[in-house]
Design a protein around this ligand. Structure first.
Ligand code: SF4
Length: 389
């Protein structure tokens, strides 16, 4: 069976990335963690924030001590930093977008004639996992129709509506079509950017036009599967294709010499820049894991950097100061709503400095301004990753 995630490496990167056996899964640890937390929350249906946090912490503990299993194959524990990042992504997403409902992590597959078969069945030609499946009823103002919604969570910052047009999503739509074509009149493909909270949707109606489009996608997918068969049979034919495809490729961290050759001395300056950027981006999490929080005085790794962070009661202090009434205009008086607004804005020290400039404008109030900033922040250190001289 060809898995959608393997074919995606061929589609997004290159043939060499598809056949290469040693994909460093640590690179996907943050996304894996966010997915795992959303899956458990959808399964356990917690009712309070505390329960959501408990579920997230249990998932984190499992991933950093035991690791996960992919298609039943156990994998080693994931790096702590990346897992914590994934936890933060999932919790923030759920705080602003609600908890997932529906059925999580649903494996589906089709055979060579687009018949639905069991996921991982020996007859399967193509298979995928839907992050979440839900059924509903919609209407177009005249009549109601049944819809199946497949949600795909993405943790990559650049995720946008373009993800709806990938071969991966087309393949996922085909598995839905094969399984539910007699049950629903519409397939709703949804992609969610977990970092920004943005959601993108595409409805495929199972009318004559929709079915024709799906049949075209099926012909394309079968061609890709035939190509994948050939590459699996003769991996030597899979050539690296360094260039823009290297961005985000897990092999750029080291396994793909070709990307390094271009990064170090490619003839084209733009190709050199892109390959070098890909090597740096993909190497960062690998070196991070190697350093395991060890600090360095020179070279690459973590270094303690002093910085200010907001105190726990910073929002209350800011609202109190803001509402004091000695501003050049009538300030809002409802502290509750204002506090909720500031809380939702997820303020950092930079934004608080900007607010303080408004509350204490001009040079003559500079010392009051600094005193106020000091009253709502405290000094700490963070381990910052980078190259140090
Ligand atoms: S780093 Fe570039 S050339 Fe190498 S496998 Fe990835 S996409 Fe292909």
């Amino acid at each position: 069976m060809h898995h959608s995630t393997d074919l995606k490496r061929m589609e997004t990167h290159c043939d060499y990335a598809f056949v290469h056996p040693s994909i460093n899964r640590d690179l996907f640890a943050a996304g894996t963690t966010a997915h795992a937390i959303l899956e458990r929350v959808a399964q356990l249906k917690p009712e309070t924030d505390e329960e959501v946090t408990e579920i997230a912490e249990a998932v984190v503990e499992h991933l950093i001590t035991e690791g996960r299993a992919f298609d039943g194959i156990p994998e080693p524990p994931l790096p702590v930093n990346a897992v914590m990042e994934g936890k933060a992504i999932a919790l923030k997403y759920m705080m602003y977008n609600g908890l997932p409902s529906g059925e999580p992590e649903v494996g589906m597959a089709v055979d060579a004639d687009l018949n639905p078969v069991e996921y991982l069945s020996p007859e399967a030609l193509y298979g995928c996992i839907h992050d979440n499946i839900e059924f509903g009823v919609d209407d177009d103002g005249e009549m109601e129709y049944d819809v199946v919604v497949s949600t795909d969570y993405k943790s990559a910052w650049p995720t946008d509506a373009g993800e709806l047009e990938t071969m991966q999503r087309k393949g996922q739509a085909l598995t839905l079509y094969a399984r539910y074509k007699d049950k629903v009149q519409c397939l709703r493909m949804r992609v969610v950017n977990l970092r920004t909270g943005m959601s993108y949707e595409k409805d495929i109606f199972l009318d004559e036009m929709g079915v024709e489009m799906l049949e075209g996608w099926w012909r394309e997918l079968k061609m890709v599967c035939r190509k994948a068969d050939k590459l699996v049979a003769d991996p030597g034919k899979a050539q690296p294709r360094p260039g823009i495809a290297c961005v985000g490729c897990p092999l750029a961290a080291g396994e793909c010499e070709e990307a390094w050759v271009v990064a170090m001395g490619g003839a084209d300056q733009v190709d050199r820049y892109i390959a070098a950027q890909a090597v740096v981006d993909q190497s960062k999490p690998v070196i991070r894991t190697m350093m395991k929080n060890k600090t360095v005085t020179s070279g690459a790794g973590f270094k303690e950097r002093a910085r200010k962070v907001l105190k726990d009661d910073a929002i209350d202090l800011i609202v109190e100061q803001w509402c004091k009434g000695d501003l050049p205009w009538n300030p809002p008086t409802d502290q509750g709503e204002l506090r909720a607004l500031l809380l939702a804005a997820n303020l950092g020290v930079t934004q608080v400095r900007n607010l303080a400039k408004v509350m204490f404008p001009g040079r003559e109030l500079a010392s009051d301004r600094e005193a106020f900033i000091d009253s709502v922040t405290f000094g700490t250190t963070v381990a910052e990753f980078g190259v140090w001289k």
